[in-house]
Design a protein around this ligand. Structure first.
Ligand code: ATP
Ligand code: MG
Length: 551
């Protein structure tokens, strides 16, 4: 049966183009500026660009849009490559806009020769003032009439380093009263005496975004150049450059950027969070960066699933972060091994279990796979959660209370026979008996209990550090705020706790995923040492926020 999922608007365009024979195959590109770490918004763009090429048998280039020498760094290039690979994609070519500097310079000379570009000595303030407004046309200045010869010479001198930053620019000569402000003689080259991470000090003139992006697309013969909606007004200039340079006709298409509730998705602002130490670096598990969510324990499968589910929109919207968390749980439920970890311990003594005896039970790693098991030591003294005992239980409380029975997961049924209290009346210890015939897997006790709780053997318990994360921001729509976004940070986004784990966790690997039974999904953090294992909470088992809403 054919794929019944309806096509998104980009797929429709591509299918029509292919049907019409406009292209033999398609080419897309993912064009990050290497000035920061990729975030979930970029993941959307990656999944889209690579996904379309995969679906239609085309190819995708990874192109670093490195035309701004000041903010770009090699560190970012490496992290971006790692993130794209981690998401599961392979690029056909690794390109850099800076590889095209010679070609772009020649393109600019070509425009000058055609009388379509001129060197302007105005200051940026003068240029802004002459631009007019959306309702008032701009004005032509005296530099606009410079001869081709003069422009060629001046541009060559700009390149040769004869002029300081900001003293001259090269502008496209289009129309100072164009209805689209971007078409009012846009600046296409500027002087910047700065060291570039790849070309070093070779250049002191650099092309502007609008004179680099479309041209790079064209050089690479990109058929469908997909970008976010803020570039809609740029499309006219994109087409103008290609048309007047008479180069390969790449086409630009725009979709709505991914915005998510409680999430800041701007590299610049994420950088500020790092620099001002609101978080512990780019890969802090609270960050929406791919390095952050990876460390948190999100999987590439879950992120790709999320991107597929949200589809491709033509209008700005705000996606509920719970949907991403849902996708993460869905995948981890299948993938993560189960372990038992007690967060708030209450001691249990099994009074009829022989002193000094221990036995090794076996626990399933995943309820869907009965063959994969782990050893689970059991003894006379155990920890259970404080929450799993109530001295005076309400109706329908199926966990432990005096005289009540409960099953210890993968072990035995126990019955609470008595409690020990401290001087303040707080229960500090439970005395229980166990039913030897009720062993999980070979239960012949005939007893049915409703409650099943997790536990660890005290003699074997492994103290571990857990880092419990909540949302980094308390405000749902961060695009709608007017004050400083750091006012909206959640002061309780991180809680660190020492808890008691079954010993098998000693054998875990960095980055490995687990479900701590009833407590959530966790992932082993690289901060772990042999004596202090650290686990990040990836997600709670259920949507805690949804529960809050219903209360
Ligand atoms: P930021 O605003 O966070 O700095 P950017 O757009 O400047 O992001 P680039 O490195 O230029 O970052 O982006 C590379 C590609 O990723 C571009 O095609 C851009 O449109 C796309 N992209 C960036 N943010 C998002 C987003 N939130 N949703 C979808 N695509 C995005
Ligand atoms: Mg950008």
């Amino acid at each position: 049966m054919a794929d019944e999922k309806s096509l998104n608007f980009l797929e429709e365009i591509i299918e029509n183009d292919l049907k019409a024979g406009k292209y033999q195959s398609i080419s897309t590109r993912f064009p990050p500026e290497p000035n920061g770490y990729l975030h979930l918004g970029h993941a959307k763009s990656i999944v889209l660009n690579f996904g379309l090429a995969l679906k239609y048998g085309g190819k995708t280039n990874l192109r670093f849009d490195d035309t701004n020498p000041v903010t770009e760094e090699t560190e970012y290039v490496e992290s971006i490559k790692g993130d794209v690979k981690w998401l599961g994609f392979e690029w056909a070519n690794e390109f850099y806009a800076s590889d095209y500097f010679d070609q772009l310079y020649d393109f600019a000379v070509n425009l000058i020769n055609k009388g379509l570009a001129y060197v302007d000595d105005s200051t940026s303030e003068e240029i802004a003032a002459q631009k007019g407004t959306p309702t008032i046309p701009g004005t032509n200045n005296i530099y606009r009439n410079r001869s081709v010869q003069e422009n060629l010479q001046l541009f060559a001198d700009m390149k040769a380093g004869k002029y300081p930053d900001g003293s001259k620019v090269l502008r496209a000569k289009i129309n100072m009263s164009h209805i689209n402000m971007l078409m009012r003689d846009p600046v296409i080259y500027r002087i910047k005496h700065a060291h570039h991470h790849r070309t070093g000090d070779t250049w002191c003139v650099y092309p502007m975004y609008d004179f680099a992006h479309g041209q790079s697309d064209s050089i690479e013969k990109i058929t469908h150049s997909i970008c976010t909606l803020e570039f809609v007004p740029h499309r006219e200039l994109y087409d103008w450059c290609i048309e007047n340079l008479e180069i390969y006709p790449s086409k630009q298409y725009e979709f709505a950027r991914l915005n998510m509730t409680y999430t800041m998705m701007s590299k610049r602002k994420l950088l500020q969070l790092v620099n001002d130490k609101h978080v512990n670096g780019w890969d802090d598990p609270r960050m929406p960066t791919l390095s952050g969510v990876r460390r948190r324990g999100y999987t590439p499968e879950a992120i790709r699933d999320f991107c597929d589910r949200i589809g491709v929109a033509k209008r700005e919207n705000l996606i509920d972060i719970s949907l991403l968390e849902f996708c993460v749980r869905e995948h981890l439920n299948k993938k993560a091994d189960r372990r038992m970890v007690v967060f708030d311990p209450l001691k249990v003594v099994i009074t009829n279990y022989p002193e000094g005896k221990t036995e090794v039970l076996s626990g399933e790693n995943n309820p869907e796979d009965h063959t994969s098991v782990r050893p689970l030591p059991f003894g006379r003294e155990l920890y259970i959660e404080q929450d799993d005992f109530m001295e005076v239980p309400p109706k329908k409380y199926f966990r432990l209370s005096p005289g009540q029975m409960v099953r210890l997961k993968s072990a035995y049924i126990i019955k609470c026979e008595g409690v020990v209290k401290d001087s303040s009346g707080k229960v500090t210890e439970l005395h229980c008996t166990y039913i030897p015939e009720s062993k999980s897997g070979s239960d012949v006790s005939g007893i049915n209990v409703k409650g099943v709780i997790h536990w660890v053997s005290i003699a074997d318990a492994l103290p571990i550090e857990v880092r419990l994360y909540d949302r980094l921001f308390v405000t749902e729509d961060l695009n709608a705020i007017e004050d400083d976004f750091t006012n909206h940070l959640n002061p309780e986004s991180l809680t660190v706790k020492t808890v008691y784990a079954e010993p098998e966790l000693k054998n875990s690997k960095e980055g490995e995923h687990f479900q701590f039974l009833r407590m959530g999904y966790f992932c082993k953090d690289p901060d772990s040492t042999p004596t202090n294992l650290v686990f990040n909470r990836t997600a709670t088992l259920r949507d805690m926020w949804a529960k809050e809403m219903k209360k």
